[in-house]
Ligand binder design. Structure first.
Ligand code: TYM
Length: 324
């Protein structure tokens, strides 16, 4: 049996999008049998960087956790837990802060983009990647998988680990393998396929969207005037994004999807995609309600399990820093 320990995180800020599903969840489904444990953190503290009045973070954590299990992650192997329940995350983030400069944090693309859209450059937005780095190193993971948008944060994690380990004179922070899927790591917005699909974007698909919404959104997805269907993300971002979604949902390579679709026009292709999406989502949505009913109990058990691992790691780190 493999001893692979997998880690990733997902924010608690609304629903899960098709981008989250194909970029982050789908790759886990593919490898879950090869892992000994899959640790998925619902990053509620990360969601606080932009305060949302009246937003029920805890309820949202339970919704996201239920959805993740409903996507097919196995309960016995996949430990979904809530970040704010384990104080070692924020504690380690503080201890790692001296190993990164404000200049480096200010160069993070996500920080620059969010600062523009929120019109504030609050401290949490700036220091957010350090918390993410703490998340990564707290569980001695072997493998961390994220979508394309998190690539820069992974580079930062490598730098911080290098600086910290140099200071300690040993590899106290274990560098995992970082993986970004080759295909599907950046699902694009349906109305503006030059931008990443995100909850704050123009048009995204939620895993909880009803069939009528899917019809409307896919029919309204921006394509181009060339009828033939082929993959060329640089020249044809809209149709290429739809091919990516179709191929992944169908478990196909993009070439296989292209071959299958070569005689379809845009309209016929969109109908096929609508049908496929609705079939997939209806399975997830049915299972979601079953999980939601008992998710609190599952997550509380996971929180306790992971707290033990986090405490052990923190003890070693604090001992090294002569805080113990
Ligand atoms: P978040 O919540 O924005 O996204 C969760 C995961 O989904 C991926 N993703 C996408 N993949 C493909 N296409 C898209 N359009 C798309 N949108 C999102 C993201 O890359 C991510 O893998 N900071 C992280 C959460 C986090 C984390 C961590 C991740 C906190 N600590 C430690 C890994 C390790 C975030 O905001 O993800």
């Amino acid at each position: 049996m493999s001893k692979l320990r997998f880690f990733t995180g997902i924010q608690a800020s609304g629903t899960l999008t098709l981008g989250n599903y194909l970029g982050a969840i789908y790759p886990i489904l593919k490898i879950q049998d090869e892992c000994e444990i899959i640790i998925i953190m619902i990053a509620d503290l990360h969601s606080l960087t932009v305060p949302k009045p009246n937003f029920n973070y805890r309820k949202n954590c339970y919704e996201i956790a239920s959805l993740l299990y409903a996507c097919g992650l196995k309960e016995e192997k996949c430990k979904i837990f809530i970040q704010s329940e384990i104080k070692e995350h924020t504690e380690l983030a503080w201890l790692l802060s001296p190993y990164i400069t404000v200049g480096e944090l200010g160069r993070m693309i996500q920080y620059k983009e969010k600062k523009k859209s929120e019109e504030t450059g609050n401290l949490a937005l700036l220091s957010y990647p350090v918390l993410m780095v703490a998340d990564i190193f707290l569980y001695d993971a072997d493998l961390v998988v994220v979508g394309q948008d998190q690539q820069q944060h992974l580079e930062l994690a490598k730098n911080i680990a290098k600086n910290f380990n140099n200071f300690c004179g040993k590899e106290l922070l274990k560098l995992p393998t970082f993986d970004i899927p080759k295909f599907g790591a950046k699902i694009m917005d349906l109305k503006d396929p030059t931008k990443k699909m995100s909850k704050s974007g123009n048009d995204y698909i939620s895993l909880l969207d009803e069939p009528e919404k899917i019809v409307k959104k896919i029919k309204g997805a921006l394509t181009d005037s060339e009828e033939k269907i082929y993959y060329d993300p640089a020249k044809r971002p809209g149709i290429s994004n739809l091919i990516t979604i179709y191929a992944l949902l169908n478990d196909q390579k993009k070439e296989e999807a292209e071959r299958e679709l070569q005689n379809s026009n845009h309209y016929q292709f969109k109908l096929k995609l609508i049908d496929l999406l609705n079939k997939k989502l209806s399975v997830i949505q049915k299972s979601y309600s079953d999980y939601f009913f008992r998710i609190q109990e599952i997550v509380e058990k996971n929180n306790k399990h992971l707290k033990i691992l986090a405490e052990k790691k923190m003890f070693l780190i604090k001992k090294e820093l002569k805080l113990k």
